[in-house]
Design a protein around this ligand. Structure first.
Ligand SMILES: C[S@@+](CC[C@H](N)C(=O)[O-])C[C@H]1O[C@@H](n2cnc3c(N)ncnc32)[C@H](O)[C@@H]1O
Length: 273
């Protein structure tokens, strides 16, 4: 396990993914009934933007730094209003902190992290929040084990490092196994957009399992050309009503901020041939 999110926290990929996460959680908050969130690959939950890792890559400065410095975009407000106070104090929230910030009293968050050091930092960050359970556990194994939740409504975020050659297959199999047990949950699956077809490989598993209510949203800094990371994509199973339009507006706002050739595409994947 070489991947450490501290080098990348707050980059343009996090910005798009976390803006989508806020939109999905805002949908769940519209009903009074409690919801459950499972974050299968949590990282540490909170990142120091002055740490050597962040300084070394400069990715946060080129990501959230640029977005906060740009002219205000109303469609980014739900996300930016949540992260701005932390960024002003030199930190960037990871997905567990963003989700925890949107939980109400009866809602729950379970977060898995396998890296021993990151899992320790994650547990320390949430030790005072009784709504958050941190598991030092394999997220792929935890996903089908922790669903369906008693709340019967909620979201699973799957955001792996894609370090292993078979990781897209592991993601696809774990989401399909979770969906077979909990077909009404929302699943948001992040994947890197390169010319290697990772998103297609995951989608293949989902469609083979019979999942047909799925949306695909990608934000790219440049067109995919070879193995260079062009941007990030999300496959969202059971997307809430009008989420397609909302995430499209978020992506369009980010494309304006980052400028050409940045682009966003939102589509319903065609059924398997
Ligand atoms: C992309 S980062 C997660 C970032 C986080 N979701 C966020 O948005 O702030 C992926 C994390 O997954 C962890 N990880 C790798 N393999 C794992 C596994 N099988 N189960 C759980 N966590 C894993 C890595 O240590 C890393 O911290």
């Amino acid at each position: 396990m070489n991947y450490r999110h501290a080098y990348h926290a707050g980059n343009h990929i996090d910005v798009f993914k976390h803006a989508a996460l806020v939109l999905l959680l805002e949908h769940l908050r519209r009903k009074a009934k409690p919801f459950f969130v499972l974050d299968t690959h949590g990282g540490t939950g909170l990142y120091d933007l002055a740490a050597p890792e962040a300084e070394r890559t400069g990715e946060a400065a080129d990501g959230i730094g640029r977005v906060l410095a740009a002219a205000p975009e109303p469609d980014l407000a739900p996300y930016l209003d949540r992260v701005r106070p932390l960024v002003d104090s030199g930190r960037y929230p990871g997905s567990p902190a963003i989700a925890a910030g949107l939980l109400r009293d009866g809602d729950r968050l379970a977060v898995c992290e396998l890296h021993p050091e990151d899992a320790g930092a994650l547990a320390a960050n949430f030790r005072r929040d009784g709504r958050v359970a941190v598991h030092r556990r394999d997220g792929y194994e935890a996903l089908p084990a922790l669903v369906p939740p008693p709340e019967r409504r909620g979201l699973v975020l799957v955001d792996p490092p894609y370090e292993e050659r078979d990781e897209a297959d592991r993601v696809g199999r774990a989401v399909a196994a979770g969906w077979r047990k909990w077909a009404t949950g929302i699943y948001a699956v992040w994947y890197p957009v390169k010319a290697d077809g990772t998103g297609r490989a995951i989608l293949h598993h989902l469609q083979a399992a019979g999942i047909d209510d799925c949306l695909q949203a990608e934000f790219l800094r440049h067109p995919p050309d070879g193995l260079r990371l062009a941007g990030g994509g999300l496959l969202v199973v059971n997307p809430p009503w009008q989420f397609d339009q909302e995430i499209g507006r978020v992506g369009a706002a980010l494309a304006r901020i980052f400028g050409p050739p940045a682009s966003c595409a939102v589509r319903r994947p065609p059924p398997p041939a």
